[in-house]
Write a protein that binds this ligand. Structure first.
Ligand code: HEC
Length: 164
């Protein structure tokens, strides 16, 4: 084999490695990019209904239902409700606070934000946390999600806004 042919072979394998690498990146990009509503291609698709943000006093019965659900549905294995750190952020004071997201964005914790966290956890990644939250679409009924939102809202504490 001539030295020239060797060079071509070598270049060929380098390109294969590069392509394999690019494939991995591409896959990651597609997985992250495929979020409902986040893509102009889906502009013609029906928009999700507007979320009615809860205001006023806590609906205690609804919050109590949420309190039970977050235990039975496993949320509390990663999230705490008393401010202690864990795999994920505590819910104490989370409601109404502004969380920093991976990619330099930030978001205010509202009902819409919490609903999106439950149905599409990869859409917004809380900065500094490893994205490992499962999607609860199909595992929680809409009414159950409302109850969990009300429970998290009830943990805002006196004065509403804290933490972040
Ligand atoms: C396996 C661990 C795990 C479980 C179980 C889990 N989460 Fe999470 N959750 C996370 C992590 C980690 C984040 C931060 C990364 C991200 O934003 O995806 C997060 C983020 C969130 C956020 C966004 C705000 C924040 O705290 O960062 C909400 C709201 C939330 N989870 C609610 C829930 C609810 C409700 C349940 C149960 C129905 C649940 N999670 C179950 C790990 C978990």
């Amino acid at each position: 084999m001539s030295p020239g042919a060797k060079g071509v072979l070598l270049a060929g394998s380098v390109i294969t490695v590069l392509l394999a690498g690019a494939g991995g990146v591409m896959h990651l990009f597609l997985a992250k990019g495929a979020r409902p509503g986040g893509n102009p291609v889906t502009a013609g698709a029906p928009r999700p209904p507007e979320v009615a943000e809860p205001t006023g006093p806590i609906d205690q019965a609804l919050a109590d239902m949420g309190d039970e659900l977050v235990a039975t549905k496993g949320c509390l294995t990663c999230h705490s409700t008393d401010g202690s750190p864990g795999t994920a952020a505590t819910w104490r004071g989370l409601w109404g606070s502004t969380v920093r997201l991976e990619g330099g964005r930030s978001a205010k914790v509202t009902k819409a934000f919490i609903l999106r966290s439950m149905t599409d956890p990869l859409a917004d990644i809380h900065e500094g946390y490893i994205p490992q939250m499962p999607a609860y679409t199909g595992l929680l009924a809409a009414g159950e999600m409302d109850a969990i939102v009300e429970y998290i809202r009830s943990l805002a504490g006196e004065g509403g806004e804290s933490g972040g």
